[in-house]
Write a protein that binds this ligand. Structure first.
Ligand SMILES: [Zn+2]
Length: 65
């Protein structure tokens, strides 16, 4: 079974399974406990991105616990 990727609690960016820190913001607060995968290629045109305060393109978790 594939390892679960890790979502950042700070910025919701989805990182590779073995990441120690968030690729996007550098936080070490990563969790396997997340739901809802969303790719945001154009944050400036996306309501979800605005709501999540996402400013850079990438893949994010909708819900992080
Ligand atoms: Zn982050």
């Amino acid at each position: 079974m594939a390892k679960k990727r890790l979502a950042c609690r700070e910025c919701h960016f989805v990182n590779e399974p073995d990441s120690q820190t968030c690729e996007k913001c550098g936080s070490s607060s990563l969790t396997e406990d997340w739901a809802g995968y969303v790719a945001i290629p154009h944050p400036e045109q996306s309501e979800i991105a605005t709501e999540m305060k996402v400013t850079e393109p990438g893949s994010y978790a909708l819900k992080v616990r």
